[in-house]
Design a binder for this molecule. Structure first.
Ligand SMILES: Cc1cc2nc3c(=O)[nH]c(=O)nc-3n(C[C@H](O)[C@H](O)[C@H](O)COP(=O)(O)O)c2cc1C
Length: 211
């Protein structure tokens, strides 16, 4: 099926069956997020993959008791960098050197431009910038899941302060941004399972300046 077809098939389930998603599909979903484009290629986010039942039960109340949290097979937390440091930039540059066989010196102008961006941006601007990149990765994960006929619910309905505390994210320089419940829809019990998609028309959504 094409991406267009699966985007019509997919929806954000409110209820899931609890059935396990094969590990190779989970890895493919993680890889899709890994290969999402990001600003300057810095990938300022981390994903926390949760399968542990005890942890999931502790997260459910933090996510306002939404059933899909514990009915999912896996829960993926997308967490954004809360700070960008010189160490992040240098680690990225070392990765470029190792991957492409280029010297650190050849990346000097790029390094300086990233440092300038870091130094000229407020903490709040960095937080928002990092979240933008995280949402792109979330979108890629959602699309890959649909191509695999795996259901996912992207979720912002949770208390990020409590989740950060539970997962010790602050100490890691991270802030939880979104959850992705990964599983299979419970078509019998989910009132949304057979509903039509509601979308603004392209006429409304697009302003065309085309000659
Ligand atoms: C960033 C984001 C956050 C969302 N948060 C929640 C949520 O907390 N709980 C939920 O059930 N659905 C959540 N949704 C799902 C949306 O309600 C859903 O995607 C939207 O209504 C469009 O419907 P569809 O995805 O089923 O086509 C979220 C979606 C996105 C993209």
């Amino acid at each position: 099926m094409s991406l267009k077809d699966v985007l019509h098939w997919r929806y954000a389930p409110k209820r899931m069956t609890g059935a396990a998603v094969p590990e190779e599909h989970i890895e493919a979903i993680l890889k899709a997020a890994q290969y999402a484009p990001t600003s300057m290629g810095l990938q300022p986010f981390t994903m926390i993959l949760i399968r542990n039942r005890e942890m999931v039960e502790r997260i459910r109340p933090i996510a306002y008791n939404q059933p899909q949290v514990s009915e999912a097979s896996h829960l993926l937390v997308f967490a954004s960098y809360s700070v960008l440091t010189e160490a992040h930039i240098d680690k990225y540059l070392q990765n470029i050197c190792a991957t492409r066989g280029v010297t650190m010196e050849s990346l000097d102008a790029f390094r300086r431009s990233m440092l300038r961006f870091m130094e000229n941006s407020s903490d709040e601007a960095i937080r928002v910038w990092a979240e933008h990149q995280t949402y792109l990765a979330l979108g890629f994960a959602i699309a890959e899941a649909a191509l695999l006929n795996v259901d996912v619910t992207p979720m912002e309905g949770f208390d990020p302060v409590q989740l950060d505390q539970l997962l010790g994210l602050q100490e890691k320089g991270l802030r939880s941004t979104a959850l992705l419940a990964i599983g299979y829809r419970d078509a019998e019990n989910d009132f949304l399972a057979h509903e039509k998609k509601v979308r603004r028309s392209l006429d409304e959504l697009v302003i065309r300046i085309c000659g």
